[in-house]
Design a protein around this ligand. Sequence first.
Ligand code: SF4
Length: 310
Amino acid sequence: MRIDSDVAEKLAEVVSDLKPTMNAFDERFFPGKGEEEEIVASYFLFMTAIDHRTRIRGSYEMEIGGEVLFGSDLLFRLARLKHEADPEFFTAKRMASLTLKEFREVFIPDGVNLWDPEVRVALLRDVGSKLLILYDGKAYNLLERAGDRIRGNPMEPGLSELLKSFIAYSDPVEKKSFLLMKFLKRRGIFSPKDEENEEVAVDNHLMRIAIRTGLLRLEKSWFPLLRNERSSTLEEDIALRIMTRAALKVVAEKAQISPFTLDDFLWSLGRLVCKVDKPECGECSIRNACLGGGSWFGWAREPFNENWYY
Ligand code: SF4
């Protein structure tokens, strides 16, 4: 497995003018502008903890107010509705004792399917109870301890190290950690002094795009996995995602943009254009940087591994 520096160069040219697109103040999904910082920090800490794949064994989709929402958008829309009705819901005390019934009432309305509610409840309870024990129940205390550092050392840990004490954030490739940092940075409540340590939040969409564009070049022995003939092992999954992260860091550095900005763009591209079943290469804004305009690896799917990391 290797990073193709020619593809990285071409991708960097195409994305160099990107601006951030994810609006962390969008009140359909997130707390409003005037909310207290503790409420905002808690909301994102808990919600990002359960923001992993929803399209397994059926799609997670629903129409709300005339808008069809799916995946992460639906998860956050339902959370926001609950938050408006019950502002204390996303607090350490409530989350530490969350029941499956309560979770279903909020996130799985009638007719909607979500594959692993038990896991998501366990993750929320873990974050809630550890926040109570370690940080006096306050997400803001966690941020204070991190001292606006992404990475630190045992004496002065950064947010990435501190988050690892929560099961939800124990992913070796730190998908949820970097997604959380992106949210908090955009909300102005986490201002990393070490921006050079920012990374993309590698999920299935980013991994798929890295493979299909040829940015990540894989030996033929990987091809059965790209045809989904079997599930990947956890080691294979981590290897692919860590290389995807490294490859996209190269692209972001060459393009002189933040990995968080690149993350916004690639996540949307993966959901709406470079889709799992049928990539719409004719509509794709990066097709000139993609091997064969999408014809080389357009067939490839990202390998699948069942975990709660992303
Ligand atoms: S050109 Fe096709 S395969 Fe390549 S990134 Fe775009 S949609 Fe995906």
